[in-house]
Design a protein around this ligand. Sequence first.
Ligand SMILES: *[C@@H]1O[C@H](CO)[C@@H](O)[C@H](O)[C@H]1NC(C)=O
Ligand SMILES: *[C@@H]1O[C@H](CO)[C@@H](O)[C@H](O)[C@H]1NC(C)=O
Ligand SMILES: *[C@@H]1O[C@H](CO)[C@@H](O)[C@H](O)[C@H]1NC(C)=O
Length: 973
Amino acid sequence: MLFSKTTAATTITTLLAAGCAARASAARPRPTSTFSTSVISSTASATSSATSEVVSVAQWATIGVTQYPNLFDPNAVNANEVCSGYSLSGLQTTETGLFGRLSLLKACNVYGYDFDELTLFVEYQSSDRLNVQIQPVDLTDVYVLPDSLVTKPGVETLTLVDSDLVFTYTISPFSFTIIRKSTGEILFSTAGNPLVYENQFIQFNTSLPKGHFITGLGESIHGIQQEPGANKTLYANDAGDPIDGNIYGVHPVYVDQRYDTNTSHGVYVRNSHAQEVLVRDESLTWRLLGGTLDMYFFTGPTVKEVITQYVSTIGLPNLIPYWSLGYHQCRWGYHTSDMLGEVVENFRKFDIPLETIWTDIDYMDSYKDFTTDPHRYPLDKFQALLDTLHANHQHYIPIVDAAIYHPSPLNKSDIYPVFDDGLAADAFLKNPDGSLYIGAVWPGYTVYPDWLAPGTQDWWSKAMVDWHKNVPFDGIWLDMNEVSSFCVGSCGSQNYTQNPVHPPFNVGGPATSFPLGFNITNSTDIPYYNSIWYTYTHTPEPSTTATTTSTSTTVSTNPMNTKAPGKGNINYPPYAINHQQGNHDLAGHAVSPNATHADGTVEYDVHNLWGYGITNATYHALLEVFPDKRPFIVSRSSFPGSGKWTSHWGGDNSADWAYMYFSISQALSFGVFGIPMFGVDVCGFNGNTDMELCNRWMQLGAFFPFYRNHNYLGAIDQEPYVWASVAEATRTVMAIRYEILPYYYTLMYEASKTGFPALRALSWEFPDDKSLASVETQFLVGEAILVTPVLAPLVDYVKGVFPGVPDEVWYDYYTHEPVRAGPGENVTLAAPLGHINVHIRGGYVIPTQKPAYTTTESRKNEWGLTVALDKAGSAKGTLYVDDGESLVVKESLVVDFVATHGSLYTFPRGTYTVCQPLGSITVLGVESKPSVVALGETKISNFTYINNTLSVQNLESLTNAGAWSAPLVFSWE
Ligand SMILES: *[C@@H]1O[C@H](CO)[C@@H](O)[C@H](O)[C@H]1NC(C)=O
Ligand SMILES: *[C@@H]1O[C@H](CO)[C@@H](O)[C@H](O)[C@H]1NC(C)=O
Ligand SMILES: *[C@@H]1O[C@H](CO)[C@@H](O)[C@H](O)[C@H]1NC(C)=O
């Protein structure tokens, strides 16, 4: 149902009600148009001295120095043309590889000062990993990334390993080439281009075969392939998902899938500096703004193996708690605990499963971490709500921001012990002169935890433990950890007595802020939305937008970006990256590169690790809050190895079809990056969503590991019950998600053991079919489930391929009909609104459990098995079960399933006890109606056979001791 015609007098909330079957409660108070009226006044007693006037950080302090990105500078010097490289000498072999000396042939000093002497180390670390490391002989001015911070892979055996990789080299100029022995292919070669190694610029190139297929190199919003022409800027950045720009996390790794030989390999560059990678027709150029060159080559040879080799090297992902697979609801704009409680109740009323309710910064007292607003989230009410949630087996996750409020010493009522304790622990970043580095974020002037300082972890853990006593959260959402600041440099150093200063928020948006197609499906409502927006446009623009407007500067050189000896020009390095912030200043919307850590490390060297640091610290803090339980964290910024501690969501996307489309490649990339627990803000974060987009997205999101709907302050409501059709579509799809939770959890368990993610690209499962290489509109959940979502408005069909046919058979999830498709055929499937195409692959057994409202309740329900036979009448599968929450799993159960020649066998092993019986078995692809069906010795006369599907129900009495207490044989003939 689409919006009906409304009159201009209708309010937004009643307008919404027109599209909603039975909206449970009265209109939710809408945020008023400016930050100053809606928020400052409501927190009056907390900060009474500030109610009369809202001070903002001066506009000038938000604007960085204009940088002209080297990529777009027509006068930029090409280092490959002016540099000569190095010559190799003193080569010696070792037990595991070789080392030698590289001497500079001729200085070029292009974007920094050349290092004269380098050491080359080549190490065969295991049969599937080769390390090539090049670093200056004199490390005085070089940041060497310590193993204690980011795992440095080492040799796994001291005897020379048998590797499929051959390292060859030329002496002068030095170059190296890596060849795959078994195929003779060149995988990587710097031949023909000099190595450039300067204090603020390292560059190397590899040739690539024409028509290459490269994936990885994140984080960015991009299709699955990094095609020729792609420029990847790797610099952690708080930016609302600009397409192709650098965003929150940094993952310097790529997978090179070679279809002509059907082999794949991976390349990981272990470096924490700002980087740029240029992918071209026949080459790839990598630029690092400091540190050392520390590269790892993974042999594969299958793409699956490349991913598992890489992920197990950087750190296997943590096993998630079972409950985190339930549905999550969030928004910025749950203004009060009452409103939050109302949302929880609404989900129950509309019978839409809600596992976890979240709060954005609304709950905080003036946006200070580890506080609650005394008026909007009074502790007694809030605690009562959390008690009820927990009694109902539901969960709560709050946001925790990266920056810590710096109170004004002149204001006696401005008391913030978290700051005082951090100061006492010496836990904050400094300016180069040793004073506190003070930026500005939501609470006003803020300081930033220094994750390299010795006292920071204990201070952070104590803050979490203490806060949990008041606010019993179940997990933590880490935001703003790139790390973000709304001004350039230490803007509060002189002004912190003026606190609090707040950035103004702008809310709402014009009708054009609705998704594509809204002007057609909701044409009568457009004038109304435009009239509302008119009032909003009279509010001041947020000061931060000034930094994001693009500059049309014609500067062709960067006057500030001079070379400097030693560690170089920290704030304005000679090579300017294409940083996706206005002016491209590295300090734009971030803590400045010259902020200094306790051990003297400058932020320039470790900027990309700030989010990694807070994630590590939070993981260890949660181990103190919940001893023995698996921490659940969702972090915005990430780095190789973050998956050991955290999940990730796709950041501040928009309520647009394009972002739903990109969510698939985002998820697949994060599988490669070792963070399989991934999802995006379903229905879209920025801007207004609409019924059609939200309907499709709630259905797609249900197949991602992390399933959360989240929304921007002031955008229209988008909980799935807001529209009757979305509520219905959501119930339908959640019934599937909750039914296959045992299958999903088994996949997440396997990801934590092997590194191979639950969500899979078609090209990973079917690597020999080149036509599937860049499919980014479909994906697999494990090996057995294929999802083909609608990603565009105003259509009731979708096109998709069925990989592996005619050898493979794919069954419709709902009807159990096998799909008729030819090899490579783009099949048109019916997809009316509310229907998502899901197919089961023949040859697989999917363990299920009868869905309930929460995962805890679902776990108490009877089991089922869906057996999808392949062309030979066989199938296999696995189930993993444990208590779903223990950090160290003491008792677990693995059940293997094998179906062949009319029999299904279950082979349970392990100590974890499952009491629930097996209720049903469904076998797809049974060629003729069986005459005898039996479970063990017991004949079952009450079966159905429709559409080649054999189905038996009500088996409970035959497995009273628990479905997996003993091996079973189910047979049909
Ligand atoms: C600090 O305060 C002074 C006086 O109010 C003002 O002129 C200046 O712009 C402020 N600086 C910043 C960074 O906001
Ligand atoms: C990528 O960089 C090149 C310069 O090497 C530039 O000409 C091109 O426009 C850039 N491409 C994009 C999509 O920005
Ligand atoms: C709706 O908006 C799209 C995109 O802005 C535009 O191309 C189209 O012409 C509009 N259609 C109508 C009926 O206004």
